[in-house]
Design a protein around this ligand. Structure first.
Ligand SMILES: [Zn+2]
Length: 296
């Protein structure tokens, strides 16, 4: 029996260890190709990696109607890529991997670090722990679902070398989703999640701490993972399948990237406007390990 993979569908993702390179936001000046829209964002130089969670062969969770998570991830990530390019972020890279093995995942992350990217955004869709799964019949087949939770969630790792940037982008993304009427799910704070319980770093934007995720921890640029919604929730699965909803999320991501790019520009940084300090950003020796399990 194939049960839906757990809510931590991203666990297999890896990161890389390539030499640090200068990100676009650290370049000295805004190029003439930057859009004259009042921001300091250098669109032409800023590189976003849009990571498609999982692979075709090992597709992550299974939806309530039997659609692999990878299909949801690929469709949404492609739309985000397209929106970013249309917004002027011509260096955007859609990251798709064909290797299902763990080694292949590390290879993907190594590639990410070699791309001199300014931001890494991993796209996933959520499920629930197996013990919360129920069964139903859909089109004559037994399927697995849980209508208990719904909504998106955002994760960062405090082990990322640019945790401040990661949290800033996570907040911007959460705020943009909220501005479009999308509410994050608070259930990762609940005891029912047991070892998958997470610390909520930003209660307004819905940004959680998940230090152990490899793509967030070992990428050498700000990195955020978006669980765009729960595909084991029968209503939300249908919603996530609509072009309208996908467009909302893609627009939110694009606006968040634009704001992040502007905020990280050297000109903006020279001004008093800086990312809000957050207590949780202080990197102490007491990094908690929230029940790391790498079984996925
Ligand atoms: Zn996933």
């Amino acid at each position: 029996m194939t049960l839906p993979l757990l809510g931590t569908c991203a666990l297999l993702f890896a990161a890389l260890l390539s030499p640090m390179t200068t990100p676009a936001w650290a370049e000295a000046a805004v190029s003439p190709s930057a859009k004259a829209d009042g921001t300091k964002c250098n669109y032409a130089r800023f590189r976003v990696i849009v990571d498609v969670g999982h692979t075709q062969e090992v597709p992550g969770a299974m939806s309530a109607r039997g659609v692999p998570e990878y299909e949801f991830n690929l469709r949404l990530a492609k739309l985000i890529e397209q929106n970013l390019i249309e917004a002027g972020f011509g260096r955007t890279v859609l990251m798709v991997t064909g290797e299902p093995s763990r080694a292949g995942l590390h290879k993907r992350v190594t590639r990410a670090n070699g791309l001199n990217a300014d931001l890494f955004l991993s796209i996933h869709h959520d499920a629930v722990p197996d013990r919360l799964i129920e069964t139903w019949q859909y089109e004559g087949q037994e399927r697995h679902f849980s209508d208990r939770f719904h909504g998106h969630s955002i994760f960062i790792s405090e082990d990322n070398p640019d945790v401040r940037g990661s949290l800033l982008f996570g907040k911007l993304l959460g705020e943009q989703l909220k501005a479009r009427g999308l509410q994050y799910t608070p259930h990762y704070t609940q005891p029912i999640m047991r070892s998958r319980q997470r610390e909520l770093l930003d209660a307004k934007a819905g940004v959680y701490r998940y230090d152990q995720l490899i793509v967030l921890r070992e990428t050498r640029m700000p990195a955020v993972l978006l669980e765009a919604g729960s595909i084991v929730n029968r209503d939300e699965e249908l919603l996530l399948g609509t072009p309208e909803h996908q467009s909302l999320i893609a627009a939110a991501a694009t606006d968040a990237v634009t704001a992040f790019c502007a905020a990280r520009s050297p000109i903006r940084q020279a001004n008093p406007v800086k990312p809000e300090p957050v207590r949780a950003l202080e990197r102490t020796g007491s990094r908690r390990r929230h029940g790391l399990s790498l079984e996925n």
